[in-house]
Design a protein around this ligand. Structure first.
Ligand code: AMP
Length: 414
């Protein structure tokens, strides 16, 4: 399959070849023709599958072929849950539309509204937005949505998780009833289905499994280590291995800050990215990390969701997530675009049950490594009684998902 055979126009093919893509990814091959056919689409695709180009390219083509308006009202609205994802999609839209006459803009909260209002005034064909700021600027009459032809809800599951249901409903009321709807989600819970049923008409269902089937391509390792020794071990691994671009996950924002401080004290440049950081700090941290100025990015799950950092060589779980599917999301940040990566998890005694749940989900026993001087010495009797009960009483599987191989990780949750 080639991009050419998907029926994309010459300006788009030029932009694709400038990006260096030789052939469409599976989701792109499946979804581009359906969108060009002006159908509603319900797509199951995670970050890393190439979904952004999957919806952006056909939208650009439809808009280029469609009716033009002198004042350039918004003709395609792309809604995303996070500011980072909005900024990334905007970068993609700009790159893919470089040789067309279409204009785009991005709006999200946490930064001044005036420059965003100014760019909207000039007229934009494609608007990428987070729900809150969109409603805010709409209330200020800075934009009109009555000419929207194509709506995209990207990472719809995360939008619901983040409590955007009401905002989405309000936004739907502002759109013309006749339009094309595209919904992308990593998971298909009852809530997503209810949301989709509420506004889509006979959507076509498109599914794509990520290219890097997690369990197979990523080199996963577990280091069993005492909780109080984790910081020393992670410093030892990063410094000793001379790792230059490492994404570290912690369970809490506070934990992310603490670890970042300790890394910087140990002369390993690090920055934290989580919900309590200002937009400016988050953008700066991410940019520094991408450019290689920041060696370690310490993130919480929500903050890391949807970040596009290609070819990340190392991901470390400083703590295991208590939701096993989050483990799959986390380690999916490595080994992207066909490259292999390493995902390490530091696991203390009280996290053993989490580890068992993860291994059940991915149907793989993750190999355990030890570093001399960091062997696990914690004993069951050292743990507080509540932890013991929670972690060791029952090891019954909560769900069976033996077939899981980088498939939609939350599909069995409801
Ligand atoms: P996404 O899932 O949209 O976040 O895309 C993940 C990564 O894959 C991004 O870095 C894209 O630039 C890249 N990408 C998208 N489409 C292709 C393709 N057809 N070939 C190679 N890389 C791609």
């Amino acid at each position: 399959m080639t991009f050419n055979s998907l029926g994309l126009s010459e300006p788009l093919l030029r932009a694709i070849s400038k990006k260096g893509y030789s052939e469409p990814s599976p989701i792109q091959s499946k979804v581009i023709p359906v969108i060009l056919d002006k159908k509603d689409v319900l797509a199951s695709a995670q970050t890393g599958t190439g979904k952004t180009a999957g919806f952006t390219l056909p939208i650009l083509q439809l808009l280029s072929d469609g009716q033009e308006y002198r004042k350039r009202p918004v003709r395609s609205l792309i809604l995303t849950p996070t500011r980072e994802l909005a900024a990334q999609i905007y970068d993609n839209v700009r790159a893919y539309s470089a040789y067309t006459d279409l204009r785009s803009a991005v709006i999200f909260g946490g930064v001044k509204a005036n420059p965003q209002i100014a760019s909207l005034k000039k007229g934009v064909d494609i608007l990428i937005a987070t729900p809150g700021r969109l409603l805010d600027l709409h209330n200020q009459h800075a934009l009109s949505l009555h000419k929207v032809e194509v709506l995209v809800l990207d990472e719809a599951d995360r939008m619901l998780d983040m409590g955007f249901q009401r905002d989405i409903n309000k936004i739907l009321q502002l759109l013309p009833p006749r339009r094309q709807n595209l919904l992308f989600s990593a998971t298909f819970s009852k809530e997503i289905k209810r949301l989709a049923n509420g506004f889509m008409s006979h959507p076509q269902y498109v599914e794509a499994t990520p290219e890097n089937t997690t369990v197979e391509k990523i080199n996963q390792q577990v280091y069993r280590v005492d909780k109080k020794r984790k910081t020393d071990l992670i410093l030892d691994l990063i410094a000793g291995g001379k790792w230059q671009q490492v994404l570290v996950f912690t369970r809490t924002k506070h934990g992310a800050n603490r670890l970042t401080e300790k890394m910087n004290k140990a002369d390993i440049s690090a920055a934290a990215i989580h919900g309590n950081k200002s937009q400016g700090a988050r953008t700066k941290a991410l940019a520094g990390f991408k450019e290689g100025k920041v060696r370690v990015l310490v993130a919480t799950d929500i903050a890391a969701r949807g970040l596009d950092i290609p070819l990340l060589p190392h991901v470390i779980n400083f703590e295991l997530p208590n939701v096993p599917e989050d483990y799959v999301h986390r380690i999916g940040r490595t080994g992207r675009a066909g490259a292999s990566g390493v995902a390490l998890s530091l696991v203390s005694l009280e996290e053993m049950e989490y580890l068992r749940d993860i291994e059940k989900l991915i149907d793989t026993q993750i190999p355990a490594e030890t570093v001399e001087g960091f062997e696990l010495t914690e004993k069951l009797s050292d743990l507080p009684p509540s932890t013991k009960k929670k972690n060791f009483k029952s090891s019954q599987p909560k769900q069976k998902n033996k077939k899981f191989r980088g498939r939609n990780p939350r599909q069995n949750r409801n």
